[in-house]
Design a protein around this ligand. Structure first.
Ligand code: ZN
Length: 82
C-alpha cells in the first residue's frame, strides 16, 4: 500500500493555472481558521495546490484575486500562514 506512482495525479495551481503532477505542487489545507501548508499531504478535506515558486507562494499569502477564498469555498478562514 502507499505506492501510487503509477497513477499520475495532475493538479492545477490556483494562482497561475499551471498544471503539474501533484508531487511537484505545494498542497494547502485549512486547519482551524487558518490556511496552512499541508506538508505531510494528509490533511483531511479539500486541498488547494500552488506551485513551489516564490511568485505563487507570495500571491497565495496575499490571497491574490481571492484565489484562496475560491479554492476553499464555504470554508471560511481568518489567517493565511504559509
Ligand atoms: Zn503557480
Amino acid at each position: 500500500m502507499g505506492d501510487k506512482r503509477a497513477h499520475k495525479c495532475v493538479r492545477t495551481c490556483i494562482i497561475c493555472g499551471y498544471k503539474r503532477d501533484k508531487n511537484n505542487l505545494l498542497r494547502l489545507g485549512i486547519q482551524g481558521k487558518k490556511v496552512v501548508l499541508d506538508r505531510g499531504k494528509r490533511m483531511i478535506g479539500r486541498g488547494a495546490y500552488i506551485c513551489p515558486t516564490t511568485k505563487c507562494i507570495e500571491r497565495a499569502r496575499g490571497n491574490y484575486r481571492n484565489c484562496l477564498g475560491r479554492a476553499f469555498k464555504g470554508r471560511p478562514f481568518e489567517k493565511i500562514e504559509i
